[in-house]
Ligand binder design. Sequence first.
Ligand SMILES: [Zn+2]
Length: 174
Amino acid sequence: MMLNNPVLILNQNYQPLNICNTKRALVLLDLGKAELMQDAVGHINTVSKAFKLPSIIRLYRMVKIPIDVRRLSRIGVFVRDNHTCQYCGTYSKTLTLDHVIPRSKGGQHEWNNVVSACSSCNHKKAGRNPSEAKMNLIREPYAPRPNPFYLVERGAILSEWKPFIPWLVSQTSD
Ligand SMILES: [Zn+2]
C-alpha cells in the first residue's frame, strides 16, 4: 500500500528526525505543520484533488531531539564505525560489539565505551583493556550527535534521503 510507504521527516533545521508513513506525512502537510521537500514518483488521486506522494517532508517548527533518541544500539554502533572492526580495520557484516574497557573492569555500556569489533579481534582482546591487549583503536568511540542513528533501525534508507543523512555518506554501500 502506498499509504504505508516510508517518508523521511526532517527537523526545521534539516536534520533527519524520524521516518513515518505516507499517510502520516500527508496529515502533517495538510495541517500545515510540514512542507514537502521531495516527492516520490506517483500520485494519490482522490475525488477532488491529486496529491503528490511525499518522500521527504520538513517540519516548520523545530523539534527538540530527546536524549534517548541517541540510545545505544548494535546497529547504531556498526553504522557509526562504518561496519569496520575498530581494531584491525576489517569491513564485515558480522561484527560484534566490544566494550573498550571491559564491563568486568567497570566499563560502561555507553557510546564512548563501545566499538565494532570482528569476532577474532573480540576473541583476542577478551577481558582486557586495549593497552593490556596491545590493541589500538583506529578511532576513539563517540556518542552520535546530533543525528539520530536509530533511523537505520527503521528499515531501508531510500536513496533520495541520503543527502539529508550525513552519517550515511561515508558508509560503504552494497
Ligand atoms: Zn578485527
